[in-house]
Design a protein around this ligand. Structure first.
Ligand SMILES: *Cc1c(COP(=O)(O)O)cnc(C)c1O
Length: 243
């Protein structure tokens, strides 16, 4: 399971080349596509290797793990780091962790329900500057997955923006594993377009090429950069900096 720092650097370079190629083929500018390195479950030394290779943008799916792993680099979003660091929360957010997430991350990718939206409004009204928000669309209407069903998307997006004035910049989706992803990417891109939302968070290790073809502006890649995830999240905060 060990992965060498050189391998992480090579994987990043390979994915950047693929992004360039697919973007060119799709008539897009590769610079408009952010590569988010999803480091969930991976130990800190793999993040450090990616940073040493010049990578700045990371994704985690749990607030606690992200804070434990990254707070030695950047205690809060207000902090300026050199080299720069951009942190994305790509997983579901519990309402009781919304404040901490809002203060720590540059973007939250899974605004998926009204009570979370209302909690973010409350936090904002108490003076916290909110990060960029993506609304998660459950394009396959899968009961075990979070996200707004496509049929409810228009109303929810409108409410978030017009009524609650939340800083929604785009939509996010995770297509059903069994489906060809193209239909889902196309559907989510279409919803974003009719709301003039500029950002699309879609595409993972196995389907990012298709996501870019359908307009992804942020792709979330874990395995293709860091290798297979360890079965358990590694190391408490006190040990994370040491490795
Ligand atoms: C884990 C995760 C990813 C990365 O998945 P890989 O298949 O390892 O690239 C992307 N998005 C979300 C929401 C995730 O939870």
């Amino acid at each position: 399971m060990e992965i060498a720092a050189t391998e992480i650097a090579e994987n990043l370079a390979t994915i950047h080349r693929q992004i360039e190629k697919i973007a060119a083929e799709s008539g897009r500018d590769a610079a408009s596509i952010e590569l988010i390195a999803v480091s969930k479950f991976h130990p800190f030394d793999r993040v450090a290797a990616a940073r040493a290779a010049g990578h700045h943008s990371f994704g985690e799916n749990r607030v606690q793990e992200a804070v434990a792993k990254f707070s030695s680099l950047r205690p809060s979003r207000d902090e300026v780091t050199n080299p720069p660091l951009k942190l994305h929360l790509v997983g579901a957010l519990q309402t009781n962790k919304a404040r901490q997430a809002a203060q720590f991350f540059d973007a939250i990718h899974a605004l998926d329900r009204e009570n979370l939206a209302l909690e973010l409004v409350k936090i904002r009204d108490q003076g916290v500057a909110l990060p960029d928000l993506y609304i998660q669309i459950n394009s396959g209407e899968e009961p075990q997955k979070s996200g707004i069903f496509p049929a409810a998307a228009d109303v929810f997006i409108e409410k978030c923006r017009a009524e609650w004035q939340l800083p929604v910049i785009g939509l996010m989706c995770v297509p059903p594993a069994a489906d060809p992803p193209e239909l889902h990417f196309a559907l989510v891109a279409e919803i974003a377009k009719r709301h003039y939302l500029p950002k699309l968070s879609m595409g993972m290790s196995h389907d990012f090429a298709a996501a870019i073809q359908f307009g992804a502006t942020a792709i979330r890649i874990g395995t293709a950069i860091f290798g297979e995830r360890p079965a358990f999240a590694t190391a408490p905060a006190s040990q994370l900096g040491a490795s």
